[in-house]
Design a protein around this ligand. Structure first.
Ligand code: FRU
Length: 515
C-alpha cells in the first residue's frame, strides 16, 4: 500500500524534474514488476541487471539515499555506474535514474557521500547545500596496460538533493603513486578538527586523509598491516564513533570488508574497535571480529548525517565466490535489511551488534502464530502458506534446538543452535538450487555464540524469497545467507533437543511487500 503511495508521489515528483519522458517511463516501469521467482519482497533489489556494493549512503532533508554499484547492461559485473534509490523511511524505496556514469577517468567504483552544509567545497553558488560524492575511478585502460596506478579518487556534486550530478573538473582529487588496490573512500565531517576525514583501502591496510574542502587531501596515517584478518584484499572501509550502550564512553569503530578470507568462506566484514584522535586510528585488537557470520553480507557501510545520529548499516547480500552465478535472470542480488549498529561492552571487550532498524517492524502486518510453547524434547510442526515471507521470534533458556524450513519439493533449510559446540549453524546444502556454483552449498556456516554468555536466547529470523537473516540477542550474533528454494518453504519443524527448557515462539509474522 505504502509502496504504491510512494510510487504515486514519485511519479508526481518526476513530472516536475528535468529527466526526459523516456527516463520517467523507465523509472515507473521499474517500480512495478517485483513478482519474479526469488524476487525479494522486503529487501532492496534493483529492478533489473547487476548490483553490488551500497555506495554514498547519506541522509539529507528527509531523504535517505542509497546509491549502489550498478551495471545497467547485464546481470554480471561490468563497467560500474552508481545506481540510485531513495527512501523516506529506510524500508520503502523509489528507483531513481542512474546518478554517476563512467567518464574519461574511468569506471565509478565504490565510495561515499556527504552533506557539505558549510559549502566548504564552494560548489554551491546560490545558497544551495551541496551533496558531494567521493568515489574511486577505475581506469580499464590503465589496468589493461599493466599499470599499477589505475585507481584514483574523484568527486561529484549535486545541488538538488541528489537528483542530478556534476563531476568536478579537477578530478581526480587523490592520485595514485602505484598501489594496485587503492579504493573505496568513505568520508565524514570531524567536528573537533574542523576537517573532512577520508578512509580508503590500499591492499592490506587502510589509509586516512584530511581535507578542508573535499578537493585537496593530505595523507594522515595508515592502519592495519599487521592487525586483523588478511586472507584477501581489504575493501570498503568505514570509520565512525559509537557510544557504548548504557554509558557515556565513546569508541571508534573501523569496518573493513575482506575478500576472500571471511570465516565461512569468500567475502565478509571484519571490524576493529579503538580510538581516533583526528590523525590516527589505533586499536589494540589483533584478532578480527566479524560483523556477520553468514556468507552474504559484504561491502556494508553506514549512513552519514542521520537525523538523530543513529549508525545505520546496509550490506550487499552476496559473496564474490558466487555472486555472478546465482539463479536469478532479470536482476542480480539484493541489499541486507537496514540495520542499526550498537556498541556493547562485555568486561574488557567491545562487540558491535547489528540488528534490523525498528522501522522494519512496520512490515510485520499479520501475526500468524503467537505465544506457542514447544516443550522439552518435543517437536512441533507448523504448516504456513506465507512462511517464505515472514519473521519468526522465539526465546528459550537453552541453546539447543533445530529449525527445519521445508517445502513439498523436498528442499530443507536447517538452522541449528548447538549447545555442545556453542554455535549457531546454517545449513543450506539442501535448501533449493545450490549447484550453480561449487562453494554455495558445500558447507555449513558456523558462528560462535560465546558473546551470548549465559543469557537467555532471543532469536529473530527474517525469511524473504531468497534470503534468511538470523539475529541473536539484539544482533550480538548475526548470520545472513542467500537461499534459492525451488518453491517457497511452507513447513517449519521445530525440534527442541533440551530435556529441561521449553522454547517459546513469541510470534510468526507475515512481512508485507515493500514493492
Ligand atoms: C567490493 C568492490 C569494491 C569496488 C567495487 C567494484 O565488492 O570490489 O572494492 O570498489 O566492488 O564494483
Amino acid at each position: 500500500m505504502q509502496g504504491k503511495l510512494i510510487f504515486g508521489l514519485m511519479s508526481l515528483m518526476l513530472l516536475g524534474c528535468k529527466e526526459s519522458d523516456n527516463q520517467k517511463k523507465e523509472v515507473q516501469e521499474m517500480q512495478q514488476s517485483y513478482t519474479e521467482q526469488f524476487r525479494p519482497q522486503y529487501h532492496f533489489s534493483p529492478s533489473e541487471k547487476w548490483m553490488n556494493d551500497p555506495n554514498g549512503l547519506v541522509y539529507n532533508e528527509g531523504i535517505y539515499h542509497l546509491f549502489y554499484q550498478y551495471y545497467p547492461d547485464d546481470i554480471v559485473w561490468g563497467p560500474m555506474h552508481w545506481g540510485h534509490a531513495t527512501s523516506t523511511d529506510m524500508v520503502h524505496w523509489s528507483h531513481k535514474p542512474i546518478a554517476l556514469y563512467p567518464d574519461e577517468n574511468g569506471l565509478i567504483f565504490s565510495g561515499s557521500a556527504v552533506v557539505d552544509k558549510n559549502n566548504t567545497s564552494g560548489f554551491a553558488k546560490n545558497g544551495e547545500t551541496p551533496l558531494v560524492a567521493i568515489f574511486t575511478y577505475h581506469s580499464m585502460e590503465g589496468e589493461k596496460a599493466g599499470r599499477t596506478d589505475f585507481q584514483t579518487q574523484g568527486i561529484a556534486y549535486s545541488l538538488d538533493n541528489g537528483d542530478t550530478w556534476e563531476k568536478y573538473e579537477g578530478n581526480p582529487v587523490i592520485g595514485n603513486s602505484g598501489i594496485k588496490d587503492f579504493r573505496d573512500p568513505k568520508v565524514f565531517w570531524h567536528e573537533p578538527s574542523q576537517s573532512w576525514i577520508l578512509t580508503l583501502v590500499a591492499g592490506d591496510h587502510a589509509k586516512l586523509y584530511a581535507s578542508k574542502n573535499l578537493k585537496e587531501w593530505t595523507h594522515l596515517s595508515d592502519f592495519g598491516k599487521d592487525q586483523g584478518a588478511h586472507g584477501g584484499v581489504w575493501e570498503c572501509p568505514d570509520l565512525f564513533p559509537l557510544q557504548v550502550e548504557g554509558s557515556s564512553e565513546e569508541k571508534w569503530v573501523l569496518l573493513i570488508s575482506i575478500n576472500p578470507g571471511a570465516p565461512n568462506g569468500g567475502s565478509g566484514t571484519q571490524y576493529f574497535v579503538g580510538d581516533f584522535d583526528g590523525t590516527k586510528f589505533v586499536s589494540d585488537q589483533q584478532e578480527p571480529q566479524w560483523l556477520d557470520y553468514g556468507t552474504d553480507n559484504y561491502a556494508g557501510v553506514t549512513y552519514n548525517n542521520t537525523p538523530n545520529g543513529d549508525r545505520i548499516f546496509i550490506g550487499w547480500m552476496s559473496n564474490w565466490d558466487y555472486a555472478r552465478d546465482t539463479p536469478t535472470e532479470k536482476w542480480r542480488s539484493a541489499m541486507t535489511l537496514p540495520r542499526q549498529l550498537k556498541l556493547i561492552k562485555q568486561g574488557e571487550d567491545y562487540v558491535v551488534a547489528n540488528a534490523p532498524l525498528h522501522q522494519v517492524d512496520d512490515l510485520a502486518t499479520n501475526v500468524v502464530v503467537e505465544n506457542t510453547e514447544v516443550a522439552p524434547e518435543k517437536t512441533q510442526t507448523f504448516t504456513l502458506d506465507g512462511l517464505q515471507q515472514s519473521r519468526i521470534k522465539l526465546s528459550t533458556m537453552a541453546k539447543d534446538f533445530r529449525m527445519i524450513f521445508s517445502n513439498e519439493a523436498g528442499d530443507e533449510l536447517i538452522l541449528e543452535m548447538d549447545a555442545k559446540s556453542q554455535t549457531l549453524i546454517v545449513d543450506r546444502s539442501n535448501s533449493g538450487m545450490v549447484d550453480f556454483q561449487k562453494e554455495f552449498g558445500n558447507k555449513k556456516h558456523v558462528a560462535p555464540i560465546a558473546v551470548l554468555r549465559d543469557d537467555p536466547l532471543d532469536m529473530e529470523i527474517y525469511l524473504d524469497q531468497s534470503s534468511v537473516e538470523v539475529f541473536l540477542n539484539g544482533g550480538l550474533v548475526a548470520m545472513t545467507d542467500q537461499i534459492f528454494p525451488n518453491e517457497p518453504y511452507t513447513i517449519l519443524q521445530l525440534e527442541n533437543r533440551n530435556d529441561e527448557e521449553k522454547i517459546t515462539i513469541m510470534a510468526i509474522e507475515h512481512m508485507a511487500s515493500i514493492w
